[in-house]
Ligand binder design. Sequence first.
Ligand SMILES: NC(=O)c1ccc[n+]([C@@H]2O[C@H](COP(=O)([O-])OP(=O)(O)OC[C@H]3O[C@@H](n4cnc5c(N)ncnc54)[C@H](O)[C@@H]3O)[C@@H](O)[C@H]2O)c1
Length: 362
Amino acid sequence: MGNTMTSVTARTKNKSYEVYIGENILSQISKMDKILSADRFALIVSARIMDLYNNEIRKTFSQYSNFDIFRMRDGENNKNFKNAEKFLEKLLKKGYTRKSAVIGIGGGVVGDFAGFIASVYMRGIPVLHIPTTLLAMVDSCIGGKTAVNLSLGKNIVGAFHQPEMVISDISFMQTLPEKELRNGLSEVLKDALIGEEKLLDILYKNDLKSIRESDTIQKVVYLSALFKSRIVEEDEDEKGLRAILNFGHTAGHAIESMSGYKYFPHGVAVAIGLKIETEISRRIGWLNDGDARAVNELISRYNLIYKTKKLNADKIIEHMKYDKKNFGNKLRFVLLKGFNNPVYNQEVEPSLLKDAVKNIDI
Ligand SMILES: NC(=O)c1ccc[n+]([C@@H]2O[C@H](COP(=O)([O-])OP(=O)(O)OC[C@H]3O[C@@H](n4cnc5c(N)ncnc54)[C@H](O)[C@@H]3O)[C@@H](O)[C@H]2O)c1
């Protein structure tokens, strides 16, 4: 693919938007009249990205005068409701109106925050995402989910608010720390297992070093964006099929919550969740031993579980009950009836989950 830009059209009930993927493509922003002709637009930029890419960002917007740059401190703890309220007040004081717009530049934390601000300010203004982590490019910037955290729980306050456009400039990957690459690869592996076989092929053929090369990572971002946008297109409000995207996440979220969202990074928790849910699928005879081994081999090859701790299955079960996607006190999972064949809403007995947790090696 080289430097050729690719794009995916994400279609939802009320609008379609383009997701552009390529190298050095920030200038694509010039296509976005709706944002640029807004009476004012707020650039919410990750502080780290501002430090690393100050010149590129200023150059991209140098021809406009109707914007402000707001640096946002990185870290999940800053994606909270109190900061959102302060930020909304800042916009109001600066004279932002219903005709204003927001651009989020950063990882999933900034994207979720910027999307949330746009979804509620004056009952909703347009947002454009410029994701800078692999996770944000392959996952969080597509699908319109926005959120902030409460002190009692992660992503509790939010809204569905689709962006006007997404610009995934893979040049940002050059500075992405390796562990952030791995966090994104956990989501890529999930997409590969539940339905995008071309991604599985890329994962088999590469390793942590080669997958980062620009041609390959561009393909990965393109295929993942295409896959996610197709699923979201079919089930925007998460009433059914979209649930398959939670493969690995049911146990993963419980593991993150158990550690107070501090010890296990999201990508590591998802990779452990993928192992557990693969093992459950194997134990009930849905996934053969060879395929289960292949999942574990890929998790090791890309070193997705780069932090470990002994897991307590009872605690995982306890924390699953707090998950907003669970209901009725039952343990429900997405399981695999073979690669490319996920089945959602599968009830699992606690004893089976416990056996699976005991049997995975992390
Ligand atoms: N809305 C959704 O559908 C959705 C889906 C998945 C995850 N999320 C959310 O996404 C968040 C996680 O996102 P994330 O993994 O991108 O983490 P993140 O936003 O915390 O970024 C990770 C780190 O990478 C740094 N960084 C970002 N881009 C960089 C670059 N190009 N070079 C160097 N450093 C860079 C950041 O400063 C940060 O320290 C969580 O809050 C999660 O809830 C949302």
